[in-house]
Design a protein around this ligand. Structure first.
Ligand code: HEM
Length: 308
C-alpha cells in the first residue's frame, strides 16, 4: 500500500515537474533514455477529455513474449490492410503485437505492459488511433484522422510518430494502406498536408525562437503587497550596458502580434529602430517612462499599461 502511495506521489511530482509553462499543456511522448527505460513526459492537455488521465495499468505479462517481426526497410516495406493489422492487437500470443501511427506500422512487442490486453494503452494495439495520441480520447477518438485538430495537436501526434521511429525497442514493420498510404506505400494527400502544416509550424517556431534570443526578456519581480513591479537587466546574462525596453513584434506571416520587456544595448536599440523589418517580422520599440535616465532597474506601477 505504502509502495503504491509513494509511487503515485512520485508520478504526481514527475508530471507536475514536466508540465510545460504553455497553458495548452502539450502531450509529449516519453523521452528515450535507453532500451527499456522510457521516461514519461506526458501531460494532460486542455483539449484532452476527462479520459486523459494516466490510463490504468494491467497486471503485466500474462504469458510468453509476443513473436517479433524483423524491421523493414522503408523503401520496400510491407503493406498492411486494416484487417491484417486488427489481428495483431495482442489477443493472440502467437502473433506479433503491432500498432500504427499516421499509417506507419510498428512492432511494439517489448511494450506489452503498455499495449497488451488490459493495459492502459491497449487501445492503440492492432489499429491506427493517431487522433487519440493527442486528444486522449481512448474510446470514440481511437481513429486515424486528425481533421479539425489544432496545429499544436498535429505536432503532438507527429512527435509520437518520431518516438516510435527513433525507438530502440520498437520496429518499423510497414505501411498501413488506408488513410495515409496507398497500396504502393505512397503517401496520400492527408499525410502530405499534415507534413506541410508541420513544416510551417516548425518555421514559425523558429521565427519566435530567433526573436526571443535577439530580444532577451527582462528580469521581472512582482510581489502581492507591493504596488510596483520591478524590471531589470543583468549585465552578466543580458549583456553589458543593456537596458529595459518594450518590444512589439508583428509576425506578418502568422498574423500574430507579441510584446514583452527586453534588454538591449543602445546599439541594438538603434539597429532595431533603423531597420524595423526582420524577415517576416516588424519590430517597434517603446521606452518605459519609469526607466528614463538610463536606468538598468526600474519600478513600474502595477496598473501601468504598456508604454505608447
Ligand atoms: C493523450 C493522453 C495520453 C497519451 C496518448 C499517452 C500515451 C502514452 C504511451 C503511448 C505510452 C507508452 C510509451 C512507450 O511505448 O514506451 C505512455 C506511457 C506513460 N504515460 Fe501516458 N499518455 C497520455 C496521458 C498520460 C497522463 C495524463 C499521464 C499521467 C498522469 C501519463 C503517464 C504515463 C506514464 C507514467 C508512462 C510510462 C509508464 C512506465 O514507464 O511504466 N500518460 N503514455
Amino acid at each position: 500500500m505504502w509502495q503504491l502511495a509513494s509511487a503515485i506521489a512520485v508520478s504526481a511530482v514527475l508530471v507536475i515537474w514536466l508540465q510545460p509553462k504553455d497553458a495548452r499543456k502539450a502531450l509529449v511522448p516519453p523521452v528515450q533514455t535507453g532500451a527499456e527505460n522510457a521516461t514519461a513526459t506526458d501531460n494532460s492537455t486542455a483539449t484532452a477529455s476527462a479520459e486523459a488521465k494516466a490510463p490504468r495499468k494491467g497486471k503485466g505479462s500474462k504469458g510468453p513474449p509476443y513473436p517479433r517481426l524483423p524491421a523493414e526497410e522503408r523503401t520496400s516495406a510491407r503493406r498492411w490492410t486494416l484487417q491484417e493489422l486488427a489481428l495483431h492487437d495482442g489477443e493472440s500470443r502467437e502473433r506479433p503485437l503491432l500498432l500504427a501511427i499516421l499509417g506507419e506500422v510498428y512492432d511494439v512487442g517489448p511494450g506489452e505492459r503498455f499495449y497488451g490486453p488490459g493495459e492502459g494503452y491497449h487501445v492503440f494495439a492492432g489499429k491506427d488511433a493517431s487522433r487519440a495520441f493527442t486528444t486522449g480520447q481512448f474510446n470514440d477518438g481511437a481513429v486515424p484522422g486528425l481533421k479539425g485538430l489544432l496545429p499544436e495537436q498535429i505536432s503532438d501526434v507527429i512527435s509520437w510518430r518520431s518516438f516510435y521511429q527513433k525507438s530502440d525497442k520498437y520496429r518499423f514493420v510497414g505501411y498501413l494502406v488506408g488513410d495515409y498510404y496507398d497500396e504502393e506505400a505512397q503517401p496520400l494527400r492527408a499525410l502530405l498536408e499534415l507534413e506541410a502544416l508541420q513544416s510551417q509550424t516548425d518555421a514559425n517556431q523558429k521565427v519566435i525562437a530567433d526573436l526571443r534570443s535577439r530580444f532577451k526578456a527582462c528580469n521581472t519581480k512582482s510581489s502581492q503587497d507591493e504596488p510596483h513591479s520591478e524590471i531589470w537587466c543583468d549585465d552578466s546574462y543580458h549583456g553589458q550596458g543593456t537596458r529595459p525596453v518594450f518590444v512589439r513584434a508583428k509576425i506578418t506571416e502568422l498574423g500574430k502580434e507579441d510584446s514583452w520587456c527586453a534588454c538591449l544595448t543602445p546599439e541594438a536599440k538603434a539597429a532595431a529602430r533603423e531597420d524595423p523589418k526582420s524577415g517576416s517580422t516588424i519590430i517597434r520599440l517603446s521606452e518605459y517612462p519609469e526607466c528614463a535616465g538610463d536606468k538598468q532597474r526600474c519600478f513600474r506601477p502595477k496598473a501601468a499599461g504598456p508604454p505608447p
